[in-house]
Every structure is written in structure tokens, then in C-alpha cells.
Design a binder for this molecule. Structure first.
Ligand code: HEM
Length: 410
């Protein structure tokens, strides 16, 4: 089957498309409802070839590309991903090495392990809500959506909760810095990444002096022994910690603000879910689909000439996969621009597809469910504060970084 591939130079592409194919951050997607923009991309260029490679927007192609062994996440072209000078583990490694790391890391974040965190997350959510429940108004991003996932993650991973502000500052400098070009952006990210590495060096050195490993994720990585008796090296542990700090501090905050922002603008649907909390898990899945905050994963690269569902990909091509448009693909989801909180079959890929699917999805889903459930238990009603507007930032991961709510208490 021959596929239609739209061909454009980078300069010809709208900013929003450049943000995806060339990882060029820009404000063009910083709107409350970007879904129609994504829908247009699917219509105008489901497959796009540009100067440096090829970008896929449809679900079937993205899933297929994720399975193709010749399309890898390894940084083969000198990219510095997420402020790191080395390939991040497991995001930027492939093949047997990737399988080895996933075998070590998957069990640490398995559903059974995460389930025991529920009471603690609920208690934390309740404490944070106590901080604003008498005010009738709250800026939810700072008061709730940042501290809840940050404190949950830092405690689980084994870094001091008091360092949350410092680490969030570094994470923001890595993902959302003000670099005007991709080169400037990467340079600032690496500077912040070096600061993160220096911090992690100290924390790991402190632990090395202690006799026994601590009972947390960092302790588990440091004490892990494989079947053949080998251990993770210090560099590997530093590297894993670098990625985990960024992933653990950013994405749940982002998703939480997108979902609550949507509920605040859709009172009827919100009241339905508040009246019957058993609808919440499916509602979260539907809003993860519709509001999918991770526009594109890290870049992929073709190691050999190959093809994806009939689309030729050349050795050396950069391959961009747009998870967000795939979740609005009408070939997979009926009426994709309509939010159906009880959508019967919802195989969205907000947590990615293929070998690099999200390692933290069980933790993320737990945090989202418990956080929203607690908010809905304590607030009777909420809306975007009249006269104020949420501010969305789409650099790296989409988030409402200013989310002003006015509410009545339950
Ligand atoms: C709602 C929250 C989250 C979303 C939407 C999300 C989304 C994603 C996506 C789309 C990927 C694939 C990236 C790519 O292939 O380029 C990914 C990978 C990953 N995520 Fe998440 N994530 C979330 C939460 C978390 C949390 C809380 C953690 C850790 C505590 C985490 C850890 C990771 C790791 C380590 C990978 C790399 C997996 C690999 O390469 O094998 N994520 N995530």
C-alpha cells in the first residue's frame, strides 16, 4: 500500500507543528483547548516528511513505529535529552540494555507496590486542601497540583521533601526554560542538569557511607543484585535518578491541572462524577486521552532503512511520534473531539505505547484518582475564577501553570 506523505521544509511548518517534529518549544499551543489544532494536523498531514526526518500523527503508525527494532530512542545524533549529557536510563537506551533496566525497575513501581501508598496520598491531599478550604478561592497549581505529586514522589524515591522547591526549580529550568531556539533551550537545560547531577552525587555519597540500604526506590536501585551477581553502577544509578526526578515531579502535576481545568469549565459533567465517584476512574482515562499532556515523546532515530505501515523511513531519519494527536484519531476513537466520560473502549496512549511505555503509570493513575477524589469530597462546586484565566504552558508537557478556582466547600 502506498501512503500519502506530506513533504515540507521546517520553515514552512506552523509553529505548533515545529514544536512536534523539531522539538522546538513555542507558545502556539498554550491555549485552553488545543484539540482542534491537533485534529487539523491529523487531517492535513497524518504523515509528514521534513528536513530532518519523518513525523507520525496517527495511532496505527505510532504503535507500529514503537514496535520497529530499527527505530530507536538512543541519542545517536548528539542530542542532550532532558538536561543530561548522557543517554537517560531507560528512556534513551534500547534492546537488551533497555530490557535489563525495565526488568529491574518495573517491579519497583508495580500496581501492588503502589496500592499501599493510597492512605498516605489521601492524607497528604486532605492536608493540602485544609490549607485553602476556608478561603473560597485557590490557585490550584501551586497550592495542590505541585506539592501533592512532588511530596509523594520524593518520599517514595528517597529524597528529602524539603528539597521539593529546589528540585522543581531545576526540573522547570530543564523542561521549560526561556531558551529562544532549540540550541539555547538545550544549553540552559544542560546547565540545570549539571546542577541536578551535583545534588544527586551528594545524596548518593551520603547513602554509600551508611551500612544498610534505605527502604525506598533509590535504596532499591543501590542494593539491586541481578541473577548473575552484577549491580547497577554509580553512573547508572545517577542517570536513573536524573530521569525519575524529572518524570516524577512534572507529569502528574501537569495531568492534574489539565483534568481539573477541564472539570472546572464543564460543571454538568463534573457534578455527575461528584455525585457518583465510581465514574471517576473512567473519567480520568477519558480526560487523559482528550487532554493527553505529553505531546511527543523523546525523539527516535532510524538505525537502518525501514518502513512503518508502508511509509519509508531512511537510516539516520529523526522520527517524531505525536502521542497527543494519536489519542484524537477518528480511526480509533468515535467522535474523538467529544469527551465521553463513560467511553466504553478507551485504549489511549497518554502513557505511550511500545517498549518505552511509562514506567510510572500505576503511580500516576493512583495519584490522579486519589487527588481528584479528595478534592471532590471536600469542595461542593468549583469554577474558573471569574475575571481570571488559566494559563497553559505546552513546553515539554502541557500544564495549566496558573489555575485560579473559586469554590464552595462541601
Ligand atoms: C500522568 C503522568 C504521566 C504521564 C502522562 C507519563 C507519560 C509518559 C510517556 C508518554 C512516556 C514515554 C516517553 C517516550 O517514549 O519518549 C513515559 C515514559 C516514562 N515515564 Fe512516565 N508519565 C507519567 C508519570 C510518570 C511518573 C510519576 C514516573 C516516575 C515516578 C514516570 C516515569 C517514566 C519513565 C522512567 C519513563 C521511561 C520508560 C522507558 O523508556 O522505558 N512517569 N511517561
Amino acid at each position: 500500500m502506498t501512503r500519502t506523505v506530506v513533504q515540507r521544509s521546517l520553515a514552512e511548518l506552523p509553529d505548533a507543528v515545529q514544536a512536534i517534529v523539531a522539538f522546538a518549544p513555542g507558545p502556539s499551543l498554550d491555549v485552553a483547548e488545543p484539540q482542534p489544532i491537533f485534529e487539523r494536523m491529523l487531517e492535513e498531514h497524518p504523515v509528514l516528511r521534513w528536513d530532518n526526518g519523518v513525523a507520525f500523527f496517527k495511532m496505527a503508525d505510532i504503535v507500529e513505529a514503537g514496535r520497529n527494532p530499527a527505530i530507536v530512542s538512543e541519542m545517536t545524533q548528539g542530542f542532550e535529552g532532558m538536561g543530561s549529557r548522557e543517554a537517560l536510563i531507560p528512556l534513551n537506551v534500547d534492546g537488551d540494555r533497555h530490557r535489563r533496566y525495565r526488568k529491574i525497575l518495573d517491579p519497583l513501581l508495580a500496581p501492588r507496590k503502589m496500592a499501599v501508598l493510597e492512605p498516605g496520598i489521601r492524607q497528604l491531599a486532605s492536608k493540602l486542601i485544609d490549607g485553602f478550604i476556608n478561603d473560597g478561592q485557590v490557585e490550584l497549581h501551586d497550592a495542590f497540583a505541585v506539592p501533592l505529586p512532588s511530596q509523594t514522589f520524593l518520599q517514595l524515591f528517597g529524597l528529602p521533601i524539603e528539597d521539593a522547591e529546589f528540585l522543581n526549580g531545576i526540573k522547570n529550568q530543564i523542561l521549560k526554560n526561556a531558551g529562544a531556539t532549540l540550541e539555547e533551550h538545550n544549553a540552559l537545560a544542560v546547565e540545570a542538569g549539571d546542577e541536578l547531577k551535583a545534588y544527586l552525587e551528594v545524596k548518593i555519597a551520603e547513602r554509600e557511607k551508611e551500612g544498610a540500604p534505605r527502604d525506598d526506590l533509590l535504596g532499591a536501585c543501590m542494593s539491586y543484585v541481578t541473577d548473575d551477581g552484577s549491580r547497577l553502577t554509580r553512573d547508572e544509578i545517577m542517570n536513573i535518578a536524573h530521569l525519575f526526578v524529572i518524570a516524577g515531579l512534572d507529569t502528574v502535576t501537569a495531568s492534574l491541572t489539565c483534568i481539573i481545568g477541564w472539570f472546572a469549565r464543564h460543571p454538568e459533567e463534573r457534578r455527575q462524577v461528584m455525585a457518583d465517584p465510581s465514574l471517576l476512574p473512567a473519567a480520568i482515562e477519558e480526560l487523559m486521552r482528550f487532554e493527553n499532556p505529553v505531546l511527543m515523546g523523546g525523539p527516535r532515530f532510524a538505525t537502518a532503512d525501514t518502513e512503518v505501515n508502508g511509509v519509508p523511513v531512511k537510516a539516520g531519519d529523526m522520527v517524531a511520534l505525536c502521542w497527543t494527536t494519536a489519542d484524537l484519531d477518528g480511526d480509533v476513537f468515535s467522535d474523538p473531539l467529544t469527551v465521553d466520560l463513560q467511553r466504553p473502549e478507551n485504549r489511549h496512549i497518554a502513557f505511550a505505547a511500545g517498549r518505552h511505555r511509562c514506567l510510572g503509570s500505576h503511580l500516576a493513575r493512583l495519584e490522579l484518582r486519589v487527588a481528584i477524589d479528595e478534592l471532590h469530597r471536600r469542595l461542593a462546586d468549583y469554577e474558573i475564577t471569574p475575571g481570571d484565566e488559566p494559563h497553559y504552558n505546552h513546553a515539554g508537557v502541557r500544564a495549566a501553570e496558573h489555575l485560579p478556582l473559586t469554590f464552595t466547600r462541601a
